[in-house]
Design a protein around this ligand. Structure first.
Ligand code: NAD
Length: 331
């Protein structure tokens, strides 16, 4: 099966090629290209049976229709989230969509904790100050995590890993989820209003659905403690950015760490250092000293990339052999 791999980065090619050779996936041939998959680039898939795509690409109705016209039968998402894929359209056209449901929850949770620690203890500022020979302590005061309350919204695989990290820091851990995770016996489940009101740190780990779009909005922010730390490594649109910006201006947040943000499609993973920012919301977020933004990189560890490559190739192999392996989103 010929697979067109969209949005290739050097690390993708390295890990996928390594596993292709090591595991003898003889039925699979991958062609790596740089452009992201969108309705404008989908025609490149002409003659390929499968495409491989990622979280930052646009697999809406128009893209899926073009892929179908090109003869694509399989979409391999090399990620867990799939809110950017029109699954109904794919199912209607008989295209199978597969994903990597779990690769390394710890990779994302450890990044969430890195955001908490960096934003709280101002590591980014300390690094820059030190390099300028400025060892003064102004602007570097943080707060202790020990003894505080961590509120985990979404206690699935990544949320559970984050809950364990917070527990290890000596925090009381409370959780909000539509389904409770029985493995987290140290987590006290509360309702949404209570998690907002009681948490000193709020970390978002639920998938994005229409039902929880902008779940963190003005009303939710008003219910939070003053001086709360908010971290989002899940999906940007869980937070209404305009309301977050107002909350930051009002002094509600001690620190905010964002690995994902509403305007990321089109800009994430790109070097735009020589461009003038066209999105005013991002410019505003970047202007706040207590906001730390990273580039949807929670997944970016060696272990996670290995697991992503192997599972994606396993998915393709299962499809070739006509087997279902449980990673189908629609088939
Ligand atoms: P998961 O399916 O294991 O867990 C998600 C949990 O959220 C489940 O327990 C579910 O019941 C809960 N949930 C669903 N709707 C909810 C709601 N409205 N309120 C509260 N909880 C709700 O998923 P996971 O592997 O832990 O991944 C979570 C999310 O992390 C993904 O959907 C994705 O958006 C994001 N993610 C980000 C990165 C990154 O690089 N930053 C990488 C992978 C995944």
């Amino acid at each position: 099966m010929r697979i067109l791999f969209f949005g290739t980065k050097s690390y993708d090619e390295k890990f996928f090629k390594e596993f292709l050779e090591k595991e003898n996936y003889h039925d699979l041939e991958i062609h790596f290209i740089e452009p992201n998959l969108t309705a404008d680039t989908a025609r490149l898939a002409d003659g390929y049976e499968a495409v491989c795509a990622f979280v930052n690409m646009d697999l809406g109705t128009a893209t899926i229709d073009i892929l179908h016209e090109c003869g694509v039968k399989l979409i391999l998402m090399r990620c867990a989230g799939y809110n950017n894929v029109d699954l109904d359209e794919a199912a209607k056209l008989g295209i199978t969509v597969m994903r990597v449901p779990s690769y390394s929850p710890e990779a994302v949770a450890e990044h969430a904790m890195a955001l908490v620690l960096t934003a709280n203890r101002h590591m980014h500022k300390a690094y820059v100050k030190g390099r300028e020979n400025d060892f003064s302590l102004s602007g570097l005061m943080g707060v202790n995590l020990y003894g505080k309350t961590a509120g985990i919204i979404g206690t699935g695989k990544i949320g559970a890993a984050m809950a364990r990290l917070c527990h290890g820091f000596g925090m009381r851990v409370i959780g909000y989820d539509t389904h409770q995770n029985p493995s987290l016996d140290f987590v006290e489940y509360v309702d949404f209003d209570h998690i907002l009101a009681e948490s000193d740190l709020i970390s978002l780990h639920c998938p994005l659905f229409e039902s929880n779009y902008h779940m963190i909005n003005k009303e939710a922010i008003d219910k939070m403690k003053d001086g709360v730390i908010l971290v989002n490594t899940s999906r940007g649109a869980l937070i209404k950015t305009a309301d977050l910006v107002q909350g930051i201006r009002d002094g509600k947040f001690f620190a905010v760490g964002l690995d994902v943000y509403e305007e990321e499609t089109g800009s994430v993973y790109e070097d735009m250092s020589e461009q003038i920012l066209s999105h005013s919301t991002m410019a505003r977020l970047l202007s706040f000293p207590n906001v730390m933004v990273t580039s949807h990189q929670g997944f970016l560890t060696k272990e996670a990339l290995e697991a992503i490559s192997q599972t994606t190739l396993d998915n393709a192999q299962a499809f070739v052999e006509g087997r279902k392996n449980g990673n189908e989103l629609c088939a």
